[in-house]
Design a protein around this ligand. Structure first.
Ligand code: FES
Length: 110
């Protein structure tokens, strides 16, 4: 169990939430009514779970798989520290993490 922070792209809004070990960023976002669509339910087919890590937090998670990197290329507002929230598994690695939400997302359902 731990605690992390979601912040708006501009940084003006912040929400501190609890997570359980083994949950993904997508699951925690949805449990807390964060605007993260997660259209494909974590099967790396949408990129609507895009989140942006701080550069200093990149080492907390394993590098993205080739599939994740390819899907991120389709995300709007992608940056070098972007990840798919459904692929980020939380545990001791994520205590105190701050995640920025992208300015906009692209829904594959539209
Ligand atoms: S929920 Fe679709 S790629 Fe993460």
């Amino acid at each position: 169990m731990g605690r992390l922070t979601f912040e708006s792209f501009e940084g003006g809004e912040r929400l501190v939430v609890d997570f359980l070990d083994g949950e993904t960023v997508l699951e925690v976002a949805q449990e807390n009514n964060i605007n993260m669509e997660g259209t494909c339910g974590g099967s790396m087919a949408c990129s609507t779970c895009h989140v942006i890590l701080k550069p200093e937090d990149m080492h907390r998670f394993p590098s993205p798989s080739e599939e994740e990197a390819e899907m991120l290329e389709l995300a709007l507002g992608v940056s070098v520290t972007s990840r798919l929230g459904c692929q980020l598994v939380l545990g001791d690695n994520a205590e105190g993490l701050v995640l920025r939400l992208p300015a906009e997302t692209r829904s594959m359902m539209e």
